[in-house]
Design a protein around this ligand. Structure first.
Ligand code: NDP
Ligand code: 2IT
Length: 449
């Protein structure tokens, strides 16, 4: 194992985020490999860490002033053992091949946990949508899809949203795919309702995170009622995490964006949340504007030079990181433990550094890792694909009920797998082991391909 991982680092030394994701999974599945010699004989670790296909392409587009820009597009098709490649697209200036590979790798195990038939993939671009007009975003999406359309399809690879890709972008991407291929199919998820989208898909990731947190608490004889919660981010996942916490009678104290965070001691209620939704989704403004509307709240500017984020230093019971990878460092994890936090449920993908995770586990914090806690989004994407295949739309209640059942089943799967390996209460180990075993067994069934 050590030599395989060393080779991985030597081959692509700059792909630190990818190495981080691989090391976490491989460290926790060591006992599985020891128990199953055929996994080693069949070089499963080498095979599962190498993408089935990596696509990188030029995306040329023109801004409103007539200036030409060139961005880089990616799609990593990581593993198709249990279904067509499935996973989001991220448009953010920080996107690199390493980021897309880590996200695609995580997606393989997350999708395996959902109980649905989906392989793992991820894509995106280093395009920055911030400050761009609708016309510029549309032209970028069209240029991006001009190339991507050759590689995807409803039975091959089905992209969706992620950071910087929401309903507007999915619309432009779908429109271009339909024009190029002359077919109306469920090739993307997160579509609008009128043209093949599923009810509850916009809400699904955030709702699912809170359902998962509620399961973890109820397993320990507790609930979200009256719990003070810290939420980071203010995009899709943060908004619907906040909405569900409010519905479950918890109290959300914080929200953030890359410029800073707001702290509202009175709690963000449904009316304040609808202000945030309008601010972020329609006006595309900054979270600091929350304080213009609600002056009792305090705004703190982001300070990336610090080794910690003061958002995580407030006294609270639960934390829901919902912005981006590696947003919780060791100092933050220490602050969370000192501030009384008993549960961390990850809405973002890999938001906690390895040292932060060790602190959670050593402090007996209930730690819900992203590939389990945030799987509700892709799960409802899977339900959207099922509805598209049947050309049917299920009612809101039906999809929400299925989402809740899936989150409950992921919780049971994680606790059972952890217990089977003598690691009771370790959701990270449980999620990695259960996700891994299902994919690996499917790979072995299908031979050396
Ligand atoms: P959005 O684009 O809707 O929102 C992202 C939020 O995170 C914004 O508030 C953004 O602030 C903030 N953010 C992004 N990058 C950074 C950064 N480098 N530093 C600080 N803040 C940052 O994305 P989503 O809500 O969809 O995604 C949030 C997280 O959830 C991601 O990790 C994503 O991978 C994960 N996720 C999303 C799913 C989905 O269905 N959408 C499903 C499962 C996981 P700003 O506006 O300033 O950039
Ligand atoms: O990280 C994720 O699971 C997502 N961005 C959602 C993927 C999807 O296909 O819905």
């Amino acid at each position: 194992m050590e030599s395989i991982l060393e080779r991985l680092v030597q081959r692509d030394p700059e792909q630190q985020e990818f190495h981080q994701a691989v090391f976490e999974v491989m460290d926790t599945v060591k006992p599985v490999l020891e128990r199953n010699p055929e996994y080693r004989q069949q070089a499963i670790v080498d095979r599962i860490t190498e993408p089935e296909r990596v696509i990188m392409f030029r995306v040329p587009w023109m801004d409103d002033q007539g200036q030409v820009h060139v961005n880089r597009g990616f799609r990593v098709e990581m593993n198709s053992a249990i279904g067509p490649y499935k996973g989001g697209l991220r448009f953010h200036p920080s996107v690199t091949l390493s980021i897309i590979k880590f996200l695609a790798f995580e997606q393989v195990f997350k999708n395996s946990l959902t109980t649905l038939q989906m392989g793992g993939g991820k894509g995106g671009s280093d395009f920055n949508p911030k400050g761009r007009s609708d016309g510029e975003v549309m032209r970028f999406c069209q240029a991006f899809m001009t190339e991507l359309s050759r590689h995807i399809g409803p039975n091959t690879d089905v992209p969706a949203g992620d950071i910087g890709v929401g309903a507007r972008e999915i619309g432009y991407l779908f429109g271009m795919y339909k024009k190029l291929r002359n077919e109306f199919t469920g090739v993307l998820t997160g579509k609008s309702l009128a043209w093949g989208g599923s009810l509850i898909r916009p809400e699904a990731t955030g709702y699912g995170v809170v359902y998962f947190a509620a399961e973890m608490l109820s397993h320990h004889g507790d609930s979200l009622e009256d719990k003070k919660c810290l939420v980071s981010g203010s995009g899709n996942v943060a908004q619907f995490t906040t909405e569900k916490i409010i519905q479950m009678k918890g109290k959300v104290l914080t929200l953030s964006d890359s410029s800073g965070y707001i702290f509202d001691e009175e709690g963000i209620d449904a009316e304040k949340l609808s202000f945030v939704k309008h601010l972020k989704n329609i006006r595309r403004g900054r979270i600091r504007e929350y304080c213009d509307q609600y002056p009792q709240a305090i705004y703190t500017e982001a300070a990336p030079e610090l080794d910690h984020n003061p958002l995580w230093a407030h006294q609270a019971d639960c934390a829901f990181p919902s912005a981006t990878q590696n947003e919780i460092h060791a100092r933050d994890a220490d602050n969370l433990a000192k501030g009384g936090v008993r549960l961390v449920a990850e809405g973002a993908n890999m938001p906690s550094t390895p040292n932060a995770i060790n602190i959670f586990l050593d402090s007996n914090i209930l730690y819900g890792p992203s590939k389990a806690a945030n799987a509700g989004g892709v799960a409802v994407s899977g339900l959207e694909m099922a509805q598209n295949s049947m050309r049917l739309s299920w009612p809101r209640k039906e999809v929400d009920k299925r989402l809740r059942q899936i989150m409950k089943s992921i919780h049971t799967t994680c606790t059972d797998a952890a217990t089977e390996y003598g690691l009771e209460g370790n959701y990270m180990a449980g999620a990695n082991i259960a996700g891994f075993v299902k994919v690996v067994n499917a790979m072995l069934d299908q031979g050396l391909v």
